[in-house]
Write a protein of this length. Sequence first.
Length: 387
Amino acid sequence: MDICRIPTPAYVIDEKKMKENLKILRDTADQAGCKILLAQKAFSGFCEYPLIARYLAGATASSLHEAKLGHEEMGKENHIFSCAYRPEEIREIAEICDHIVVNSYSQLEKYGETIASLHPAGHTGIGLRINPECSTQTDHAIYDPCAPGSRFGVTSIRLKEAIRRNPEAWKYVEGIHFHTLCEQNSDDLETTLRAVEEKFGDILSQPQIRWLNMGGGHHITRVDYDRQRLIRLVRHMKETYRVEVYLEPGEAIALNAGYLVTEVMDQVENGITTLILDASAACHMPDVIEMPYRPPLRDSGEPDEKAFTYRLSSCTCLSGDIIGDYSFDHEVKEGERLYFEDMAIYSMVKNNTFNGIGLPSIWAMDESGDCRLIRRFGYEDFKNRLS
């Protein structure tokens, strides 16, 4: 079945585009001499994990459930970071994860010995997240891990105080992790690395530090991304500090590799013509409201750029459930299909069933354009989330 005939609403994973992204990532990793992991928080479509596993070193998680998914479905290197770990989960996490990154020295003190005891002799698998206090994001402070008062990572001053207070806990750390970027280019990574070296260079130089994880937010597969600078930066850190380097992008794996197909159900006139769709910003693409974010829509333009301008909304009761204003060359009619682009990332992983609105089905489109159904959702999926 082709994309024009599948039932709506539906997410469609574009395997051809995903494979193009993965080839770029593997080539970058090979040239830089680093390892790249899938950040499952952006894309957890495990039907594609066998494909991803052919190109990447493994996956990284933000919770026990994501870690189990990566362990079961990817079967390669499995990493995790969380602000705090539950005591009842830490042993299972340590048993299935190669690297466990803690967010604070107190979490290191609490779990260091337990985690280390479950890893091979000479390898604790423990990393500590640092905060280089270097903001490179001018917009969307909600996504800035270095914003003032951030809960993410240990600052240089706090870390050195903690090591002096309890040097025994420090012996368990073999890796350093930072994550400061969000859909950014490698010039911002270069700025961040200057701060990391200035504030934590003495830490990275310690013989016990075996690896450095530079987190995610690297938009490596974007057309204008400077990959040669990234390669140079990774090589510099490897050679200077004798560490293995990891990158864990999410968006870059599935960037522009997915669609949300929706159908126009009705029109409402009230100063502007609103198209009522069977897809929802609040339910099916929450970043539209959270960031805010205006998703690209095939064959459309900015308001008033083309002859016919419409506001796109949905069937939910939320007044603010508005996707945005778009213009078209033709008058849009009830029953017409619209194709939102770049819908593989932060969509399936964040959607919800507010108002009992159904979840879009998930399809995969192969390189010839044929679509196969991965999963269809129904009433039981809504009901089973509740009690």
